[in-house]
Design a protein around this ligand. Sequence first.
Ligand SMILES: [Zn+2]
Length: 272
Amino acid sequence: VYTVRITIVKRTVIAALLLAALPIVARTRAVRSVPAPPPLRSVMWIGAHPDDESIIAPLLALYCREQRASCTMLILTRGERGPCLLAGGCHEDLASVRSDEAAAAAQYFNANLILLTLPDGGGVTPPPWANAESAIGTVAGEIAATNPDAIFTFDPRHGTTCHPDHRATASLVLDAVARLAHPPQVYFLETRLHIDASPFGMRFARATSSNAVLRFDASARWSAIIDDMKRHPSQFDDAWLNAVEQIPIAYRAVYIAPAPAILGETIAEGCD
Ligand SMILES: [Zn+2]
């Protein structure tokens, strides 16, 4: 695994605005009473493709832009098997175009970008690096070096969109964290994204009614999704941007859950 490490922002002073991270809350009742996202001084987003953070962009905007948490984005592939929506094509190739887009998105979030070059699985079958020992070791090493308060990633059971790369990424994170002496808290993204083809549109829904899920009201920061998507023009054209803007206020939310709590509950995969 070759690593392209692009340091967008190097921060030597972290604003100590926030309280210490919440202790790990066991199970559902305590989580339900949390009225706001957990206070975090450092955050790591781990995704499969350069545009995956768009779904959690309002929460990253809160932590990384407003609260000035120390943020890192670890992206496992360069998304080279995705579409190219640029009118003029994607030159030299999609991997390089999307690498640049990842850098632009990381800059938007004031985040350090760690962009790996694992192969994009393409979306039909699990990627070749699913459960791979070398990939687990690489991810564990990056997490240990970053040492964040918390990691946000997909839920391995549905991957938000059911993309096998998303699910494999989450599994790698769990396997990697299990090896660490001081593992950070892991939160799963419990938003399910449904794309309607005709007419083109999308819906954001919570993956489960479990009380372990925290609903983050994203209505005040919905524009962060638009801002992030605009940094991935090879993936999102006006139809996409319009679809996001069409989401009713009441549905503008990001759902997260602490991994230990939500893994203890059954969630319908719903991917077939
Ligand atoms: Zn993706």
